[in-house]
Design a protein around this ligand. Structure first.
Ligand SMILES: [Zn+2]
Length: 697
């Protein structure tokens, strides 16, 4: 490993000699010589990544060695801060590489990604299973517990984070248990991938082929055209093909008059991974749950959910379940009322049919048109990308005094990317913001926020938002759907969390917070996007510049409660299913499908609604949201309750904004999230605002 450090050192020497450094040196090995130290995309080439990763790993190994071999007794500074500051090159190259692997990838990057993944996970294991390092971290932790050292709150949480990181990686276990843990982790990593592959295979194996155009009655022309296109791609020219992909399945469920077609695709979707064939996931899920339970028990917990939630804001599965069951009774009541409304339409049709699960989308669409008559095309001209961006700037300026100044002096990785210097009300620098909103083949779908550089002490962050919004077409500028407008505000909420941070350490800074807390700053921003008084400021017709009418605003507002009983119920059913599966203390007699059926019967789910994901294709719980699917609703309770404070005192009330900034946005993970929340709001969040926002009462 040392040799890579020598390579790194040589590269620095060459540039010091004043030779043509920019042509030969790897730009990742030293600080970028650019405005604000932003990534030097004009110099970065794909061949720089691998040597930079290797040099970065070597550098960090050296740094870890010197922490471990420090003859002085462990202190917060020489151990915890030293660890937090280690890996500067690795941070620099990872920040850029993983940003591009998501937002502007190519074959070469994809190939490198697979290779780097195992290299980096091994590197991570080498740090968190390093016995000597763990001993020093544990010693500092011990000293604090015994009151021998005094730390600030932020320092305490940084120490806690590293200490728990070691414990949760198994550093505190004896040799034999550690060995078993590695085996479990290894088996889980392949089984969870296999689970996803089975879902994908079942997803791809299904084609619904329609021979006669008459059978497509009710479908919009664009959907029929898409189905004809899909048929061609499958060598079935002149026919129409539907797949289980959302963009194909949902329009069919929503518009097809032919009930058999709807039933066919619905049953295919809800039975993925459940065909007792090579792609069946029942036994696989049972094995995964068994291994997770064993892992939790190795770590000293009764069940896996307890292990997973220990470091979250909820802290215990009981707290999460309290919320889910608390919401359940309202959601299911609303869903039943919605079901009767749909049945009433069916009764009027006079076919004597009873509402089934595959009818829901179809009749809900009829109801939507009857009741709300809101056409997205009518709305879009008022939401050009530029106007929504201006609205966003208006909101953050009025709330926090923050300004975004466009600049073209900062290098970018793609000409679609725009850059802004972000300043505080007093003119001081907060950081740099990149927006990358154009869809490209090289970009994965979805929207996200991350950074090229995390903030710490006096270092300001470099934050980006990525999305794939509707493209400009001909004379039309990029016109956003309401969803997209909300998304822009949402992602910028995450960006503010990164930009406004006042944390001293990388490990506590910005969005380095618990999974069930991280969506608070983002989701709360969506409320301003759709607030009538804010829309009146930014929503202007792109051509006539006429402000959106009160009538249209009212339509937007009315529709926000539509079908929420159904949507909340299916979401809650999945979240409860996930949590209860991971609360099991034995899996010996578990049959996952029976378990789902019994649980859903117990909570009173109606047959016209299935959990948002059923056990055999619940990809979220394969890693990332295992015992974590409740987080979406947990965060929603926070954001709706927090926004209530602004509704009480004024959307732009300065004292409320200052408190939200000081207690939430500036604090990152430097304190207990519930304490931060209570400091802002004066009390723990209630569910009333969530129920009201979703129209559940
Ligand atoms: Zn988010």
């Amino acid at each position: 490993m040392r040799q890579f450090v020598i390579v790194a050192a040589m590269a620095c020497m060459v540039s010091a000699c004043g030779q043509k450094a920019e042509d030969t040196a790897n730009p990742f090995l030293t600080e970028f010589q650019t405005p604000y130290g932003t990534p030097d995309f004009n110099r970065i080439k794909v061949e720089h990544y691998e040597p930079a990763f290797l040099a970065g790993i070597a550098q960090q190994n050296e740094e870890i060695d010197s922490i471990v071999n420090n003859p002085e007794a462990p202190t917060f500074e020489n151990t915890i801060v030293a660890l937090d500051n280690s890996g500067e090159i690795l941070d620099r190259v990872s920040g850029v590489f993983f940003a591009l692997s998501e937002a502007d990838t190519n074959d070469k990057i994809m190939e490198l990604e697979t290779r780097f993944a195992s290299m980096l996970s091994e590197h991570n294991d080498n740090i968190f299973l390093n016995k000597e390092l763990y001993k020093r971290v544990a010693a500092v932790h011990d000293m604090e517990e015994k009151g021998q050292i005094e730390l600030t709150t932020e320092q305490h949480y940084l120490l806690d984070k590293y200490y728990k990181g070691f414990i949760r990686s198994g550093a505190g276990l004896d040799e034999e248990k550690q060995m078993r843990l590695r085996e479990i982790n290894k088996e889980l990593s392949t089984l969870t991938i296999e689970f996803g592959n089975h879902v994908l295979a079942d997803n791809n194996a299904y084609l619904l082929v329609v021979d006669n155009k008459e059978d497509l009655a009710g479908l919009p022309a664009a959907v029929i055209e898409g189905a004809a296109h899909e048929a061609k791609a499958h060598g079935k020219d002149g026919k129409w093909v539907f797949t289980l992909q959302e963009s194909s399945r949902l329009p069919l469920l929503q518009y097809a008059q032919d009930r058999e077609l709807r039933k066919n695709i619905y049953l295919a979707y809800t039975n993925m991974g459940n065909h007792d064939d090579a792609n069946d996931n029942k036994a696989l899920l049972k094995r995964i749950l068994t291994l997770r339970l064993e892992k939790a028990k190795l770590m000293g917990y009764d069940n896996y959910a307890e292990y997973q939630l220990a470091e979250n804001m909820a802290k215990t599965p009981e707290k999460a379940l309290d919320l889910l069951y608390g919401l359940w009774k309202y959601a299911i009541k609303k869903a039943k009322a919605e079901a009767s409304e749909l049945q009433a339409i069916m009764d009027r049709e006079g076919k004597g049919e009873k509402l089934e699960a595959w009818d829901w989308w179809y009749y809900a669409e009829k109801l939507r048109q009857e009741k709300y008559n809101l056409n997205e095309e009518e709305i879009k001209p008022y939401f050009s990308q530029n106007d929504v961006h201006d609205g966003l700037c208006y909101v953050v300026n009025r709330l926090y005094g923050v300004t975004l100044t466009p600049t073209d002096s900062i290098p970018v990785y793609n000409s679609d990317v725009k850059t802004y210097v972000v300043n505080d009300g007093d003119g001081s620098l907060l950081g740099v913001f990149y927006s990358d909103y154009m869809p490209r083949a090289s970009k994965r779908s979805g929207a996200w926020m991350s950074n090229f550089r995390e903030a710490s002490a006096d270092v300001r962050p470099l934050i980006y938002n990525v999305a794939s919004f509707t493209k400009p077409a001909g004379d039309l500028p990029s016109l956003l759907t309401l969803d997209e407008a909300r998304t822009m505000f949402h992602e910028f909420g995450h960006a503010l969390h990164g930009l406004l941070t006042r944390c001293q350490y990388k490990g506590t800074s910005g969005t380095s917070v618990a999974q069930d807390f991280v969506e608070l700053p983002s989701q709360i921003m969506e409320h301003w996007a759709m607030a009538p008084e804010v829309m009146k400021v930014y929503a202007k017709h792109y051509k006539t510049r006429e402000t959106i009418s009160d009538g249209l605003i009212a339509k937007i507002e009315n529709q926000s409660h539509f079908n929420q009983g159904f949507m909340t119920t299916e979401l809650l059913a999945a979240a409860i299913l996930d949590m209860e599966l991971h609360c099991l203390t034995s899996t010996d007699s578990l049959n996952v499908v029976d378990f789902e059926k019994q649980l859903m019967d117990k909570i009173g789910l109606i047959p016209q609604i299935a959990p948002r994901y059923r056990v055999t294709y619940f990809n979220h719980i394969m890693g990332g949201y295992d015992a974590g699917y409740y987080s979406y609703l947990w965060a929603e309770r926070l954001d709706t309750d927090a926004f209530e404070a602004f509704k009480e005192h004024g959307l732009f009330d300065q004292a409320t904004a200052a408190s939200f900034r000081k207690n939430i946005l500036e604090k990152g993970g430097s304190d207990d999230p519930m304490r931060l929340y209570v400091n802002f709001r004066g009390a723990e969040p209630g569910i009333e605002p969530l129920l009201e926002t979703r129209g559940l009462r």
